[in-house]
Write a protein that binds this ligand. Sequence first.
Ligand SMILES: NC(=O)C1=CN([C@@H]2O[C@H](COP(=O)(O)OP(=O)(O)OC[C@H]3O[C@@H](n4cnc5c(N)ncnc54)[C@H](OP(=O)(O)O)[C@@H]3O)[C@@H](O)[C@H]2O)C=CC1
Ligand SMILES: O=C1Nc2ccccc2C1=O
Length: 299
Amino acid sequence: MSLHGKVFKLANEHTIPAVGYGTGTKWYKAGVNELDTNLVNTLVKAIDLGFTHIDGAEVYNTNEEIGEAIIKSKVKRDNIFVTSKYWPGVDEPNKQTPYDSLKASLSKLKLEYVDLYLIHTPFITKEKNGFDLVEAWNSIEKLVDEGLVKSAGVSNFTVENIETILKSNPKHKPVVNQIEYSAYLQNQTPNIVKFAKENGILIEAYGPLGPLTKAKGGPLDSVLESLAKKYNKTDSQILLRWVLETGVLPVTTSSKEERIKSYLDILNFELTSDEVKQISEVGSTKTYRQFFSNYSIYD
Ligand SMILES: NC(=O)C1=CN([C@@H]2O[C@H](COP(=O)(O)OP(=O)(O)OC[C@H]3O[C@@H](n4cnc5c(N)ncnc54)[C@H](OP(=O)(O)O)[C@@H]3O)[C@@H](O)[C@H]2O)C=CC1
Ligand SMILES: O=C1Nc2ccccc2C1=O
């Protein structure tokens, strides 16, 4: 079981390991300050089993756990790809710039740099935060120039949000947009996947297992069952493989060793193009969104 060094190429000179292990969702620790040793131990296991791509964010409050796990794992820091995300705040706006926020995160992570820094949501305004989206992006560019961030990107951005940045003629363009993406949510916002591909932006999929974990009982169930049987894989492995086959990088997570191993074991089989199409077509008959459903910007 191994990802065999499988990577996606980013539009800059960097590469990114093909499947990410998330420290949000079930690990999210709002307002809790003790170290989650279960997360540290699970991360060490995930890294030692072959996950070399860890997805973190300031709002998850899991930076210390990520840092601790990297120290405890057998893998060298430079061989692990670490993502963090700038949280602009919602009810309590973050007045700290991405530059200052990342510096604070690095100290919690006990790292010299992160491989990828994303703006977690586009909800940044001069009135709310004290700076606008383009100024936030400029702050991230400074981090890239100083080597504290290797690649810069965005998350939960619409085409219009990305265009706002691109039109400002940035020195460093966003190379990733991390969005909710699954067989039941193939376009979180209109045209986002097509636009990303045309503009050298890699889509990362969070919530890739939504059809299985939260929207079970939908039209995909029987398709997944028959493909899982054909390839001797689990439904989750079929869904993750479908994400990869559509040119998108899945970010998933699990607290269970067997599932962690199974997520890493999705590169030794291929779905046929007809099977990929079948999942896409049947999946598109239902829309299921877990995150940010109350934000009208995504309607
Ligand atoms: N940028 C953003 O705004 C967001 C980013 N993210 C990132 O993406 C990561 C992954 O998101 P998430 O939605 O959790 O991803 P997934 O859709 O991959 O779901 C993972 C969850 O599925 C459960 N699971 C796996 N297989 C099964 C099964 N067969 N039956 C039932 N449950 C199953 C796991 O639980 P178990 O532990 O029991 O195996 C785990 O909690 C997050 O941790 C975070 O890093 C997530 C949301 C928003
Ligand atoms: O992992 C996450 N869980 C969330 C819940 C609400 C908003 C963002 C997120 C994440 O990024």
